[in-house]
Design a protein around this ligand. Structure first.
Ligand SMILES: *Cc1c(COP(=O)(O)O)cnc(C)c1O
Length: 393
């Protein structure tokens, strides 16, 4: 066994069963391990590396910022994060941005906004959230409390602290669970970890209506499905439904750890000085990363590219679904797609086999294979992926 793996097992807390691969460097849409083996990357570090590896303007922007200033704290202003916030506000047509260091922290902030929104109406109530079954929002106590997966909550989140869970895409179920203690509804626009389930348009429109009628905050978690992945800058743009709070991370910094929650009109001004903070969040390096990502989205016209390659990937995967009986469903949008397999064909085995065939894929939900490649892939990469995937069946 590679000695790095032995050392990794010796020193890193084992909360993951990792694949026996030590990644060393990347180029374009391929990764290379310490033995020099090449992998076509259809995981992008879990939907993070939108720009692919070795994007020169992005790398240069980071290097320049590193030499200039990496960190300041939030006691002062810094130009990169101001510019980054402006770009996010303009792209989302929302009001204000709070930068975090991860998706989980973006969720924490969003939940605090909604709780405070309720608190301002009646400070004596104990507010709760409605969240969706099979959702994923992160691993901290707060984020886990709205994550619709008991396996992750068990042993960590006391029952009384957990959200009220409703069935995703079932508006009646959500409506029936709203009480005078509800302060907000949180959902992914396309569920990622849960198995690539896009929201129905009527469902999102219905949530918006319920939140307006009952004066609740609507939180869309676009940590995975946002930033161009679904073929529009934000997935909710495809639906024409706006949230009150939007969470972003993953591709927002393309590898530099940065997340954000963005508030719209209704949620603006709820958090005031002293209500929330972060030491690292929105530091100049993170800001420079976000700016470079947005600039690359523009100069590479990535959103249109995703629409084009996304439909090519769709056709390719439809072809596989027709060819193989053990593929039971195909879902997704843009470059966020999933194939579901019948129970006799465990995706864990396919992922392992694909890895040995030089293809990185990740699983999701209940026996689903997830396709979330760097957004810069071309048709030829989709072809090569299909070839290596077929060989892995
Ligand atoms: C990954 C993810 C998170 C958590 O983000 P981290 O950066 O891992 O903390 C939250 N929500 C969704 C939808 C995600 O995909």
């Amino acid at each position: 066994m590679n000695h790095f793996i032995e050392e990794g097992e010796a020193y890193i807390l084992k909360t993951y069963n990792r694949f026996p691969v030590v990644l060393d460097h990347g180029e374009g849409v391929c990764l290379y391990d310490t033995d020099g083996k090449e992998y076509l990357d259809f995981g992008a570090g879990i939907a993070v590396f939108a720009l692919g590896y070795g994007n020169k303007p992005y790398n240069d922007a980071l290097k320049t910022q590193i030499d200039k200033l990496i960190h300041t704290s939030n006691l002062y202003y810094n130009v990169p994060s101001i510019e980054a916030a402006k770009k996010i506000v303009e792209a989302s047509k929302m009001k204000k941005v709070f930068f975090t260091n991860s998706g989980t922290e973006a969720i924490e902030g969003a939940l605090k906004v909604a709780r405070k929104y309720g608190y301002r109406k009646d400070p004596n109530k104990e507010y709760e959230f409605i969240a969706m079954n099979q959702s994923f929002h992160g691993r901290s106590q707060g984020a886990l409390s709205v994550t619709g997966n008991e396996k992750y909550q068990e042993g960590f989140v006391p029952k009384e602290f957990r959200a009220v869970f409703a069935e995703f895409n079932n508006l009646e179920d959500v409506a029936s669970k709203i009480t005078d203690r509800t302060c907000g509804i949180i959902c992914e626009v396309v569920q990622g970890e849960g198995g690539i389930y896009p929201a129905d348009p009527e469902f999102l429109k219905g949530l918006r209506k319920l939140c307006d009628e009952k004066d609740l905050l609507l939180i869309f978690d676009e940590i995975q499905c946002g930033m161009g992945r679904c073929g529009s800058m934000f997935a909710h743009d495809l639906y024409g439904v706006k949230p009150d709070v939007l969470t972003l991370a993953k591709a927002l910094g393309c590898g530099v750890p940065v997340g954000a929650f963005v508030v719209g009109e209704k949620a603006d001004g709820i958090l005031v000085p002293g209500d929330h903070g972060t030491t690292y969040g929105g530091n100049p390096l993170a800001g420079a990363a976000v700016n470079a990502v947005f600039e690359q989205f523009e100069s590479l016209d990535l959103v249109s590219h995703v629409q084009e390659i996304g439909s090519y990937l769709w056709e390719k995967l439809e072809g596989l679904k027709e060819e193989f009986d053990f593929i039971t469903a195909h879902r997704g949008k843009g470059l966020m797609q999933g194939l579901e397999f019948s129970p006799e064909k465990p995706v864990g085995e396919i992922v392992t086999k694909a890895l040995s065939n030089g293809l990185i894929l990740i699983s999701a939900g209940n026996n689903v294979l997830r396709f979330v490649p760097p957004l810069v892939i071309e048709n030829e990469h989709v072809d090569l992926m299909a070839e290596r995937l077929r060989a892995s069946f």
